[in-house]
Design a protein. Structure first.
Lengths: 843, 230, 341
């Protein structure tokens, strides 16, 4: 029996020797689908590993940070020494900031590495293991100079990761790193990403202090272990100068990352389905062409079971090949995307762990599993059909599949109900994903019905008989649109995903720009000592070009027993414009501001409102500087993703409650038409202000926008990749469909249609199919964007923004996709047109 | 070798020094070498010969579906051996009707639309008096709204005949039109075909193995070893 | 945030002491004979010299007579880097009992100022490890070390100071090319409290303070030494060291008496033989010895109170409390370091 199986298998597989394109498409489809999903899984795994790695550092996980208080920017270095002398030694001094170089801005972090050499008695064994492991992991070229000394003492050494170097265009040639005035920066060493550095330049603390003009100052102190006694000691001794922030404030980080990675995985999953579609098309055709062979096999005495086993072996072979090619593709794709994704996580979710993927081999099992799944999805049904073909049948009996529309409508209904009826929404982070998945798949399943309906309507138009070629096209399309249904469904999913992502990103961008504009309305921000403010503020008050200047007061407060932030708001319309209120008319806004400054209540930010389920009219228990208050909530203002629960109160009221509250930050509004740079120049001259004493909002906004752009690049890139895969699926489907229709096309060629007309008509049919798919995809994508913003974001992040539909860009996207699809189909049409042979009509 | 058989009034087809070879792996097969002939308008010719003699090849050359290695073919004043695909397609739908052994109807069009397909491609109305007469002769009145899958073999072939003739081409090429039919149906189809051809006085070149079928036509040519024997 | 450090440790983990060997010490002061010692100034840091330490060893007993050893050393190591002197402090602390041994080490660079030696009052410290002295000298003083698994808080009495070698010039080889300035305070009475694995124990005992500084002392690869300090009785202390430098072995010994007398010993008077070894890491350490100095009636069998007093620091060595039996009931500290032929 084995030899019979062997012969059957080889015979069936020999088909691909003469139809290499089918084999290529099949393998490519499987590989692409597997690769995309696997790439997102690799990225997710790297992100999770990076988070869990943070648990196992030599120094331990950062459990708390000591931060400047009272609006100060820095801590005195003496504070760090005092802590260590008190025995709180699981700590490191940090100096962080942005350094403007000749080529751009770099994020630098400075610290003192010597305390990391400490060994407590209980860490002895673990540390030696870790050190040995690190020595194995890291390969850094060292010269004769002690690297610790080279790093810690002038002329210093800076270190960064490969990925950050690549993003910033850095190389180890130290001449390339300079300040704008030409002063060279220390020599740069670039470590492999596996060293675990984040997206910054690491240097010695003295180096950072010098370049950031922060001599004897720190931006924070990081604790890797802290007992309750030590916490109490810090609060007692240093509470008036610094604020201890426990790391559990970052509880949302895992949620953020999970939500983001879920998004990536969803994209990967969609691509997986699209890849399966491509493969399914290819194998269907292979099945059709082998039906005669199978018929002969059955007539020769091979049983259905033997043929099934032979085809099963073929299925396993495809799975094996796809697992290898899929894994290699996934690896390359993940390497390409990891730096961007890592930066997204770092910038957006405050994680500073660089993503490093594991070894290629460790993913082989997952790849094999995914490719087997993909192969099963793509090939099982057609191969099953083929194996069950009766001896006297020349083609396999078509499987009776239920109408796609029967599934589409319930899915769309379910997704819609959950999306639009809040009472039905399950209280889970998964709810958003389930809703969007239901909408995606439901929308895609609408496509066959939409195609059928369209063709049915069109072929019923007798007027079209005047255009026989077109009439033929439409009636042919009506008859065999099923052939392209899967490809069109894949296109629908891909296009809907692109529309959704484009809409969300552009809406977010618009909201973000609005947010920046409203929250950064000032002309100049000053950062000066309270002692200097005594001179500066009166100067500004009397300046003819200054409309308003005010100290920006903000500090910690307790809100309903939990940590939060209180901000003061001066009674001025210019300040009021910095808050974007939710759902208020102009008149009610006026009343609201009045109530705020009459101390009738407070405004809460979106995060607070959503996290606590608070709305206007309810009350909050707050504790400000030890004073406990019950305040009314007057309304909510947009906070666009701020993690912190914050509320705003009248500034005068705040200063009365907290007389010692000081700040270094001053906001300055320059009058309409006046020159803010002139005001700044005068300030600089009068008060010898240095560059770190002031910031211009434009620079802040631009930096924020740059970060925004970078964070979403990876997502947008992935969505485009899906579209490309879908377009490729169209290419394959078109190719196979053309081969399938060769006889038909040869006939119409014989009857008098030229090659060009045949190609044009085929493209027109494709355009019609893709157009219908786009018509489904466009509203579907918008619906999904709405669901994502108003459900997923709200559930996972606790905030949302208004959707902004950029019609022009959407139309451009759809048009571009259609053109790409049509252009991609041109090649198979050209190829098949060369094969039109009247002799095929005679055989 | 040159063969020349002439009958009828006006020359419709003129083939001169046709050479056609096929290369298959390492073999070169010469189908025709220096074949010349003419066909007068209105002739009905049965083309017979052994399998592999080149009957279908000759039909393809005359239909413009294949090009000779050398030589020229003119049909109704048009030298088709020089034509590009566009003009050739136009020529084909205006001057040529094809009838196949496999019927080769467009499955997505009903019988009526199949019949009128080429007419409509030529910009003519779907039906005229001639078309209605054809339909009547071919006894298709009751089957016009049926699709090919709903027609019997004979009915499909009659539809194919109607399609081939509806645009009043000057020449009909038929490749074993009765090859898939039983004897009785085949005879019916041939009678109706000849009636239909007579309606327009079309020139018919029909490939067949059947002497009985050949009897329906005016003359019989035998193709042997690349030569035509009248 | 901390992940960066775990990996950077690799590139930055390099023996500080190893680096100093490669550094030319031309700008550091050399140790030469004939130096006049001056107290209390010499209790403080000598910034012109490359290496220096404040070294306390103690032999303690609890009320039940159980033996303990506590050790604290603050090191200062300076290197020239890009023409500038950069100084690092590091400290070792250890606590031994019969059944347990704990040690820890800490590091600090001088410019971060969470380690150092200061006067008025005298203090040698690194983070919260403190050796508090009196106004301008370490003794009488108080020694406090805390670690998650052990701690000690010991009060140190005053003691006389004894210059080692030739009026404080202590050569480590015959030609004196490797030498240090060296003085000891061997007659320290200790009382206080130790804590082992959460259990507090009142203790008393004796202690020894050694002070050395040099710029030509530390060299790796071909350097090793054995050092022994013993309290033979209440009023008699013995210090021996045997250095192995290149091919040369150099033996030094000195008897010190509470009344201020000192008796240098000649190498031929000393028969100091290893009796029992134990392997730690890749090295063999002779942890038990016999010591005979017949001219002074000394015949001792020296045993560690715990064999496993191996300090697995970044530069590892064996050091621990020992007791001697035989001619005297002695107790002291033994240190075994480096290469051994």
């Amino acid at each position: 029996m084995l030899s019979r199986l062997w012969i059957l298998s080889l015979t069936l597989l020999s088909h691909y020797r003469h139809h290499r394109s089918q084999a290529i498409f099949l393998l490519l489809g499987l590989s692409l689908g597997v690769a995309m999903l696997l790439a997102t899984l690799i990225i997710s795994s790297a992100a999770k590993t990076a988070f869990s790695e943070a648990q196992q550092t030599l120094a331990g996980q950062a459990v708390a940070h000591l931060l400047p208080r009272n609006g100060q920017r820095t801590l005195p270095e003496q504070l760090y020494r005092d802590l260590r002398l008190l025995g709180i030694t699981d700590s490191l001094p940090m100096v962080e900031g942005r350094l403007m170089t000749a080529t751009g801005a770099l994020q630098i972090r400075g610290t003192d590495l010597f305390p990391l050499l400490n060994k407590n008695s209980d860490h002895t064994a673990r540390q030696s293991e870790r050190l040995e492991q690190l020595q194995r992991d890291l390969r850094v070229s060292t010269d004769d100079v002690n690297p610790l000394m080279a790093f810690s003492y002038p002329p210093w050494l800076t270190v960064t990761s490969e990925s950050y170097a690549r993003i910033q265009g850095l190389n180890a040639d130290s001449d390339s790193l300079q300040l704008p005035d030409g002063t060279p920066l220390p020599e740069l060493r670039i470590l492999k990403d596996s060293a675990g550095l984040g997206y910054f330049l690491l240097c010695d603390i003295r180096c950072a202090q010098r370049y950031l003009n922060m001599e004897q100052q720190l931006t924070s102190i990081v604790f890797t272990a802290l007992t309750e006694t030590q916490q109490a000691l810090i609060a007692e001794r240093f509470g008036n100068r610094a604020e201890l922030v426990m790391a559990d404030k970052n509880l949302k980080n895992p949620a953020f990352t999970n939500a983001f990675l879920l998004n990536l995985q969803a994209i990967g999953f969609l691509a997986f389905l699209v890849g399966c579609f491509i493969a399914f098309n290819a194998v269907r055709f292979a099945v059709l062409q082998r039906s005669h062979t199978v018929q002969q096999m059955r007539l020769s005495g091979a049983t259905a079971g033997e043929i099934s086993i032979a085809l099963l072996l073929e299925l396993l072979l495809w799975a094996l090949l796809a697992s290898i090619t899929g894994l290699l593709l996934a690896w390359k794709l993940s390497q390409l995307l990891l730096p961007g994704i890592g930066m997204t996580l770092e910038q957006l979710f405050f994680s500073d762990n660089l993503l490093v993927s594991q070894t290629l081999q460790s993913w082989w099992l997952q790849s094999a599993g995914l490719s087997l799944l993909a192969t099963l999805i793509a090939t099982l049904i057609p191969l099953l059909q083929l194996s069950r073909q009766a001896p006297l049948e020349s083609s396999p009996a078509p499987l009776e599949l239920p109408s796609a529309t029967q599934f589409a409508l319930p899915l769309l209904l379910a997704g819609g109900l959950f999306a639009f009826v809040p009472e039905l929404q399950p209280d889970s982070h998964w709810a958003g994903l389930l809703i969007t998945t239901a909408l995606f798949i439901g929308g895609a399943l609408l496509v066959p019905g939409a195609l059928s309906l369209c063709y049915r309507q069109l072929t019923g138009i007798r007027y079209l008989l005047r255009f026989p070629a077109l009439h033929w096209l439409l009636s042919e399309g009506h008859r065999d649109h099923q052939r392209q249904t899967l490809a069109m469904a894949a296109l629908t999913i891909a296009l809907a995903a692109c529309v959704a992502i484009l809409t969300m990103v552009s809406s977010f961008r618009m909201a973000f720009i609005d947010y920046l504009d409203t929250t950064l309305p000032e002309s100049i921000y000053l950062n000066i000592d309270p002692s200097q403010q005594a001179d500066v503020l009166p100067f500004l008050d009397q300046h003819r070009d200054v409309a308003l200047s005010y100290p920006f007061l903000m500090d910690n407060a307790t809100i309903n027993g939990k940590a939060g932030i209180v901000r003061g708001l001066t009674d001025d319309s210019l300040r009021q414009t910095s808050l974007s209120l939710e759902s208020y008319s102009a008149d009610s806004q006026k009343a609201l501001w009045q109530a705020l400054h009459q101390r009738q209540g407070v405004l809460v930010n979106q995060a607070l409102a959503l996290n606590y389920g608070i709305s206007a009219g309810e009350t909050l228990q707050v504790k400000i500087n030890g004073a406990e208050l019950t305040v009314d909530v007057l309304g909510t203002y947009f906070s666009y993703g701020s993690l912190v629960n914050a509320f705003v109160m009248d500034q005068q009221w705040l200063t009365e409650l907290w007389p010692d509250l000081h700040t270094r930050r001053i906001g300055v509004f320059v009058k309409q038409g006046a020159d803010s740079s002139a005001v700044l120049a005068q300030l600089k001259q009068q008060f010898q202000l240095q560059s770190h004493h002031y910031t211009l909002p434009g620079a802040v906004k631009q930096r924020a926008l740059n970060v925004f752009q970078q964070t979403f690049q990876a997502t947008q890139l992935l969505s485009l990749v899906i579209l490309i895969i879908a377009a490729f699926g169209i290419f394959c489907a078109c190719y196979i469909a053309q081969l399938d229709k060769l006889r038909q096309l040869a006939l119409v060629h014989v009857l008098g249609l030229s090659y060009q007309r045949i190609i044009s008509l085929s493209l027109l049919q494709l355009f019609i199919n893709a157009g219908i798919a786009s018509l489904v995809a466009l509203p579907l994508g918008l619906l999904i964007a709405w669901a994502c913003v108003h459900l997923v974001l709200k559930l996972a992040f606790g905030w949302y923004f208004n959707l902004n539909i950029d019609t022009a860009r959407l139309l451009l996207l759809v048009s571009g996709s259609l053109l790409t699809v049509v252009a991609g189909a041109l090649i198979p049409l050209l190829i098949s047109s060369r094969r039109l042979d009247a002799r095929s009509l005679i055989r | 070798m040159t063969n020349r058989c002439t009958q009828g009034a006006r020359k419709l087809i003129s083939a001169s020094q046709i050479r056609k070879t096929y290369t298959d792996a390492s073999n070169t097969i010469t189908v025709f070498d220096d074949l010349s002939f003419t066909v007068k308008a209105g002739e009905t010719i049965a083309l017979m010969g052994e399998s592999g003699a080149g009957k279908s090849t000759l039909l393809h050359l005359l239909g413009g579906f294949d090009q000779p290695d050398s030589g020229t073919i003119s049909i109704d004043g048009h030298t088709i051996t020089d034509m590009k695909d566009g003009p050739l397609s136009r020529f084909r739908r205006q001057h040529l009707g094809m009838i196949f052994q496999q019927y080769n109807l467009i499955p997505s069009l009903c019988a009526r639309d199949n019949i009128s397909f080429v007419r409509r491609l030529n910009g003519l109305c779907a039906e005229d008096e001639f078309t209605r007469e054809l339909i009547s002769v071919l006894k298709l009145e009751q089957r016009l709204d049926h699709y090919p899958a709903q027609l019997s073999g004979g009915e499909q072939q009659r539809v194919a005949i109607a399609r081939a003739l509806a645009s009043r081409p000057s020449m009909i090429l038929a490749d074993e039109p009765t090859g898939n039919l039983d004897e009785r149906t085949a005879n019916q189809v041939m009678e109706q075909l000849m009636q239909a051809v007579a309606l327009h006085n079309s020139t018919l070149l029909l490939v067949t193995h059947s002497a009985q079928t050949a009897d329906y036509l005016n003359s019989t040519w035998h193709l042997e070893q690349g030569q035509l024997q009248c | 945030m901390q992940t960066i450090f775990k990996t950077l440790i690799l590139i930055l983990t390099l023996s500080l002491l190893a680096s100093s060997a490669a550094t030319a010490d031309t700008t550091f002061s050399k140790v030469t004979p004939g130096r006049q010692f001056s107290f209390p100034q010499d209790h403080l840091l000598h910034p012109d010299y490359q290496n220096e330490w404040w070294y306390v060893t103690t032999n303690l007993q609890d009320k039940a007579g159980n033996q303990y050893g506590a050790q604290f050393t603050l090191f200062s190591n300076a290197d020239l880097y890009s023409g500038t002197q950069q100084r690092v402090f590091f400290a070792h602390a250890a606590l031994s009992s019969k059944d347990s041994f704990y040690h820890a080490e800490r590091y600090a660079r001088a410019d971060m100022q969470h380690a150092g030696v200061s006067a008025d009052p005298w203090l040698a410290y690194i983070d919260h490890w403190r050796f508090d002295g009196s106004k301008d000298s370490p003794l009488p003083g108080r020694l406090r070390v805390q670690d998650p698994q052990f701690s000690y808080d010991l009060t140190l009495s005053d003691s006389g100071y004894y210059l080692q070698g030739e009026d404080g010039f202590s050569r480590k080889n015959s030609d004196g090319s490797m030498a240090s300035y060296y003085y000891s305070a061997p007659f320290i009475d200790i009382r206080g409290q130790i804590e082992i694995a959460g259990k507090a124990i009142e203790v008393t005992g004796t202690g020894w303070l050694d002070r050395e500084w040099s710029s030509q002392l530390i060299r790796f690869g071909s350097l090793g030494w054995d050092w022994l300090s013993l309290h033979l009785d209440e009023d008699t202390a013995l210090m021996l060291y045997r250095t192995r430098i290149d091919e040369e072995t150099y033996l030094y010994g000195r008897l010190m008496y509470r009344d201020g007398r000192q008796q240098p010993l000649q190498p031929e008077q000393i028969k100091w033989l290893a009796k029992r070894n134990k392997v730690f890491g890749e090295r063999t350490y002779p942890i038990a010895w016999t010591l005979e100095i017949p001219d002074h009636g000394i015949s001792l069998n020296l045993q560690p109170i715990n064999d496993d007093q191996f300090v697995n620091a970044r530069v590892p060595y064996w050091e621990g409390a020992v007791t001697g039996s035989g001619s005297h009931q002695a107790q002291g500290y033994l240190e075994l370091f480096g290469e051994r032929q």
